[in-house]
Ligand binder design. Structure first.
Ligand SMILES: NC(=O)c1ccc[n+]([C@@H]2O[C@H](COP(=O)([O-])OP(=O)(O)OC[C@H]3O[C@@H](n4cnc5c(N)ncnc54)[C@H](O)[C@@H]3O)[C@@H](O)[C@H]2O)c1
Length: 439
């Protein structure tokens, strides 16, 4: 099938590469000229395991093309995906300016019947809005071309995006027209080959499903973080409690790791947008508001631990930050807990030596003008450090050389934002060890 993808970010690029890999002809569009020039040369703008190989191979095979001209993609395509960003607006709502601009461009430039797919995460009712805008643009051209708008929210996880797209737990499609629904089934059939994971529903329910899924995951994170904080107050150990509750099949072990709060390009903005959607409809979402509040507080937890160990004046103190991206496996720094932590340390007069296996370039952008020393090796960041603060649980931090660390550091203090180690293991090496949810 001929597929157009508008927006070549994490979602658009992964979708494009995976559809192309299945033999479709995909034309991927972006307004960012530099990004497209680089992609044409095989330079992939994001770190995502497996993406580079798929992009290179499919360009070579002639199944994947990149352009800045939306018309090139619309002229060829049977189905066109909108995969542009929906960042958080000033009032917490999803800012739809990119989506609506694309809708207008589609209406202005389309040349035959199209199925337009909202893949961006958008508030309930956006498909109607997209439909209205495309129709208005067509009417302005005195065109009687036909089109349909469907919703196909994306559930991939950065760091495992290719695998998630190739072997999805489910493909959710909201459509009001059976021909469009069947076209989407056909397009996704190769990805749901061994058993059917295609879930068709009405458009508004599909739009809501994405927010409900992210709100549920954010709720699990804030729930376990709240339990961790209670554990610290009452002298219990959240690591034991986690195992104790996860063994109940109704609860399960997934997504109940205590930590320093969720970040990234999705949970913070989608939780906020859901609050905004609910309040806009006259409903106050009390649980989701609390999930957000707990997370905002949790992003301060590592700094609070630093203060409780070193005091509020951090002049002459130096901190090695291990991990900057919002989670392992990605270079994405959007809303990463490392950002607020580093700003707090610097404002209290402390020094920061930061190391991340993949996110340093992105971090330099998000922390620009701040006096952070970036290190090319995790041990280099320990020179003269008074404490290590482990923020992102990259695999390379799981089994570090503690003897070497002890030799390099000023003070043997490890503040662990991801509860990676056991206290016994750390104490053996003479480190003071601070975890989340353990007194
Ligand atoms: N990143 C994720 O893990 C993830 C997962 C699921 C859903 N989503 C959702 O998918 C959407 C895209 O997210 P992302 O992380 O890929 O965003 P992104 O910011 O990485 O990429 C968006 C791209 O769209 C381009 N763009 C903007 N306006 C354009 C236009 N008029 N024409 C063509 N291109 C245009 C930008 O230049 C950018 O390259 C968002 O709604 C997001 O919430 C993201």
């Amino acid at each position: 099938m001929k597929v157009g993808i508008i927006g070549s970010g994490y979602v658009g690029l992964v979708a494009a590469a995976c559809f192309a890999e299945m033999g479709n002809k995909v034309i991927c569009v972006d307004v960012d000229q530099k990004k497209i020039e680089n992609l044409k040369k095989g330079i992939v703008p994001i770190y995502e395991p497996g993406i580079e190989q798929l992009v290179l191979e499919n360009q070579k095979k002639g199944t994947l093309y990149f352009t800045t001209n939306i018309k090139d993609s619309l002229d060829e395509a049977k189905v066109v995906f909108i995969a542009v960003g929906t960042p958080m607006g000033d009032d917490g709502s999803a800012d739809l300016k990119f989506v609506l601009q694309v809708a207008k461009d589609i209406g202005n430039k389309m040349s035959h019947h199209l199925v337009v797919v909202d893949k961006s995460t958008v508030p309930v009712g956006t498909a109607d809005l997209v439909k209205e805008i495309i129709q208005r643009a067509l009417s302005d051209r005195n065109s009687d071309l036909t089109f349909d708008v469907v919703s196909n929210p994306e559930f991939l996880k950065e760091g495992a995006a290719i695998d998630d797209f190739m072997r999805p737990d489910r493909v959710v499609v909201g459509a009001s027209n059976s021909d469009s629904m069947n076209l989407m089934k056909e397009l996704y059939a190769p990805f749901t080959f061994n058993h059917d994971r295609f879930i068709g529903m009405d458009i508004r329910s599909a739009e809501m499903t994405k927010y409900a899924a992210n709100a549920m995951l954010a709720t699990k994170i804030s729930f376990i973080n709240e339990m961790a904080n209670i554990c610290e107050h009452v002298g219990a150990d959240i690591n034991e409690v986690r195992i104790g509750i996860g063994s109940d099949k109704r609860i399960g072990y997934q997504f109940i790791y205590p930590g320093c709060g969720y970040g990234g390009s999705c949970f913070p903005k989608d939780v906020k947008a859901l609050v905004n959607i609910a309040q806009g409809s006259g409903y106050t979402p009390q649980l989701i508001l609390s999930v957000e509040k707990v997370n905002d507080d949790q992003k301060n937890i590592l700094f609070k631990k630093i203060v409780s160990r070193f005091g509020t004046d951090l002049h002459d103190k130096s901190f090695a930050i291990w991990g900057l991206s919002f989670k392992p496996g990605t270079d994405d720094m959007r809303e990463a807990p490392s950002i607020s932590l580093i700003k707090s340390i610097l404002s209290a007069g402390g020094k920061v030596n930061a190391y991340d296996p993949k996110a340093i370039d992105q971090a330099k952008f998000y922390l620009k003008d701040l006096d952070v020393k970036y290190c090319s090796d995790k041990y280099e960041s320990l020179k003269n450090a008074d404490a290590i603060v482990l923020v992102t649980e990259w695999k390379e931090f799981r089994s570090p050389d503690f003897e070497k660390m002890a030799e390099i550091m000023n003070n043997k203090v490890l503040i662990d934002g991801r509860n990676q180690f056991s206290a016994n293991q750390i104490n053996k090496h003479g480190f003071e060890y601070f975890q989340i949810g353990v007194k």
